[in-house]
Ligand binder design. Structure first.
Ligand SMILES: [Zn+2]
Length: 293
C-alpha cells in the first residue's frame, strides 16, 4: 500500500519561489479503476487531476473553497479530458474515450490539438471565472504553465508525472513552482537548470515522500516547507448524488419522460465515478407531477 496522498507547500530561493507539491498516486489509481483507464488515459487524466488540485490551492487567495475545472478538448483519440479539483483536496475526472486503439500514444498526441478551458470559482459566491488557451501539444504541464502565464499573470514551472506499471499506477504527483516578481536572475537560472537535470518526477515519487522529492529537485535552492503541519489529504472523491442525477431528467421534454415511464424507469450512471442511480416509473411520475404543478 502506497503512503496517503497529500499536498504540501514551501518556499525556496530565499523567498523567490513559492512551492506547492502533491503526491496523487492513490487518487490516480482510483480514477484508473473507476473509469477503466488505459495507461495513456491514466497518464493524461492523472496529470490533469494533479494539476487541478495544485491550481485550486495556488489560485485561491483566501483559502476557502475554491475549485478548478480543467477541460482538455483536443481532437486526439482520448476525446475530452475533464479534471476537477478543489482546495479541500477532492478531485474527480472523466475521459471521453479511455481506451484508444493505438497503445504507443503519448499524452500530447492522445489529447491532440484543441482548446484548454479553465473554470474556477469559490462557491456558493460569485460567478465562476472561465478562460481558454489553445492546446499547443506540449503536454499537460506545459499547457498549464502557459495558462498560468497568460490568464493569471503567474510565472511558474509546472512538473507533473504518472508512472504506470503492469498492475496499475505506481506513482503520480506534481510540483508547481511560482516565481515571485522579485526573484533574482541567478535564482531563476539555477531553478531552470535543476528542472532540466531532474529525473522524471514520478520515478522520484515512487521512491520517497513528496517533501524529499521537492528537496531533491530543488537542491541548492534552500527549499523549506512553510509549515510542516500543513498537509492537505488528497483523494478521488465524487460529489454526485441521487438528487443531482435526477436534476437533468427533470429538464427533459414531457414526451421523453412519458417514454421513460412506459419503459419502467431509467438509470443514470455518473460519468465521474460510475455509480448507478436507478429511477423507477414512480420516481419519474413524481417528477411529471411536479412539472404540472
Ligand atoms: Zn459520481
Amino acid at each position: 500500500m502506497t503512503a496517503s496522498d497529500r499536498l504540501i507547500q514551501g518556499m525556496a530561493g530565499s523567498g523567490d519561489f513559492r512551492i506547492l507539491a502533491a503526491q496523487t498516486t492513490n487518487t490516480v489509481e482510483t480514477a484508473r479503476q473507476l473509469l477503466d483507464l488505459s495507461p495513456v488515459a491514466a497518464d493524461a487524466l492523472g496529470r490533469a487531476l494533479t494539476g487541478s488540485l495544485l491550481l485550486a490551492r495556488l489560485l485561491d487567495k483566501d483559502v476557502r473553497n475554491q475549485y478548478v475545472t480543467l477541460r482538455f478538448q483536443g481532437d486526439g483519440p482520448l476525446g475530452i479530458v475533464i479534471a476537477e479539483g478543489n482546495i479541500a483536496g477532492h478531485a474527480r475526472g472523466f475521459v471521453g474515450n479511455p481506451i484508444p486503439q493505438d497503445p504507443t500514444l503519448d499524452v500530447p498526441r492522445a489529447i491532440g490539438p484543441g482548446v484548454l478551458t479553465v473554470i474556477r470559482g469559490t462557491p456558493p459566491e460569485g460567478k465562476p471565472y472561465t478562460s481558454a488557451v489553445m492546446l499547443e501539444g506540449g503536454g499537460v504541464a506545459q499547457e498549464l504553465t502557459r495558462y498560468l502565464a497568460k490568464s493569471e499573470q503567474i510565472a511558474s514551472a509546472v512538473l507533473l508525472g504518472v508512472l504506470n506499471r503492469r498492475d496499475g499506477v505506481a506513482a503520480a504527483g506534481g510540483i508547481v513552482i511560482q516565481a515571485f516578481p522579485h526573484a533574482s536572475e541567478d535564482a531563476l537560472a539555477t531553478l531552470e537548470a535543476r528542472i532540466k537535470e531532474a529525473p522524471p518526477l514520478s520515478t522520484l515519487i515512487e521512491k520517497m515522500p513528496i517533501e524529499a522529492v521537492v528537496a531533491q529537485v530543488l537542491h541548492g535552492l534552500d527549499y523549506k516547507q512553510i509549515d510542516s503541519s500543513f498537509d492537505v489529504p488528497l483523494s478521488y472523491t465524487c460529489t454526485c448524488s441521487r438528487e443531482r442525477a435526477l436534476a437533468p431528467i427533470a429538464l427533459f421534454p414531457a414526451d421523453d419522460l412519458q417514454e421513460m415511464i412506459r419503459q419502467g424507469g431509467s438509470d443514470v450512471v455518473c460519468q465521474f465515478c460510475g455509480r448507478k442511480y436507478t429511477f423507477s416509473s414512480e420516481d419519474l411520475l413524481a417528477l411529471t407531477a411536479k412539472h404540472e404543478a
